[in-house]
Design a protein around this ligand. Sequence first.
Ligand SMILES: [Zn+2]
Length: 304
Amino acid sequence: MNRKTLFALLAAPLALLANPADAALRVFACEPEWGALAEELGGNLVEVSVATTALQDPHQIQAKPSLIARARNADLVVCTGAELEIGWLPVLLQQSGNAKVQAGQPGNFAAADYVRKLDVPGQLDRSQGDVHAAGNPHIQTDPRNIAQVATALGTRLQQVDPAHAADYAKRQADFAQRWQQAMTRWNTQAAPLKGAPVVSQHKAFTYLYDWLGLKEVAVLEPKPGVEPTASHLQGVMSTLKGTPVRMVIYAAYQDSRASDWLNTNAGVPAVKLPFTVGGTEGAKDLFGLFDDTVARLLAAGGKK
Ligand SMILES: [Zn+2]
């Protein structure tokens, strides 16, 4: 090793030590939508690492050593909460040994804490499948929820990185304005979908339906997280004889077999939705996520 290389190796960490205010805030996001939101609100002030991709099932992630290492270095963990990550995040945080990001600390942000939850079970019975006791956790499918989470996350960024509070506040105001404009556009575009009866593969779109006024007539999974069975699918078929639907909807991370089966056997268009940023070609960022979601819904079921 020559002296130049040695100096370069020593200088990089020393530079960070010399001026900690200039080091980016390290954000560890559980899902792509929260990574994208942190990028929107943090810009160059944050360095975002996302634990999962849009093609992974966020209920079923392994707390791998590589993920634990990333959580160890995080200043802020941004996840969905509402028990979505209950199978992997608690162990991941515990193994990280990072006191800053444990539950209840300012460095731990759960998006679902800031929205109104739907599908909250009146009675808790685990025999009903992978029931989410805290309500349906898939809050990112409604842009109104994104707006509320953005406000809360913007405030949290100011709290954990007070040296840049003014910058975060400015970025948050800018995002809120652009998001409001986009929501007005999506609402207008999606108007023909209001009241449309649909089938879902997983109960993943409760908030999307609440936003656009879609009606969920049936779900292909007999219980949340349980693969569709032949007898359950036959039951769905007979429901559809009385109540025709415009489409069957599945998320990009899901195996489409059950939706394809319904498409083949009942002639119902099967629609893949990105579900999160990166789920489809068009869902490049949060704006693209909803542009593409609305476009795909309209293409399949926009006319009555
Ligand atoms: Zn779920």
